[in-house]
Design a protein. Structure first.
Length: 123
């Protein structure tokens, strides 16, 4: 199974968001010949309005992505091999608690206590 890094996942989600809002919503005038019901016409108007409202935020996201891309690419180049090694060493992330930052700045990831299997008793 191929490991997908956090950075790759973030980049994929960001690309999907940009692609979703980059596709224009149907803005054609509807006539009775189109055969659209009032509900369909209302939904088209709703999504057109949503796209217009989201356009400034999406433009901001695009400009932020343009600014962040070099830093993210540099991060991936520097940290990618180390993160892949970490992913190879840990089989099941659900067996660990979330990371904790200690007062001295160290970051630790504690393993969860193993529960005894059904039917086993401590002797």
């Amino acid at each position: 199974m191929k490991n997908i890094s956090v950075l790759q996942t973030f980049a994929l989600v960001a690309a999907l968001i940009v692609a979703l809002f980059a596709v224009p919503v149907r803005a054609e005038e509807t006539t009775e010949d189109d055969g659209l019901s009032l509900m369909e016409e209302g939904m088209l108007l709703f999504f057109e309005g949503l796209q217009q409202e989201m356009e400034p935020a999406m433009d901001g996201l695009r400009s932020w992505m343009d600014e962040a891309e070099p830093a993210l690419r540099d991060f991936a180049l520097q940290m990618g091999p180390a993160l892949n090694d970490l992913m190879d060493q840990v089989d099941d992330w659900s067996a660990y608690h979330p990371p904790e930052v200690l007062p001295n700045g160290d970051i630790i990831i504690r393993r969860k206590a193993e529960e005894p299997a059904a039917g086993e008793t401590d002797t």
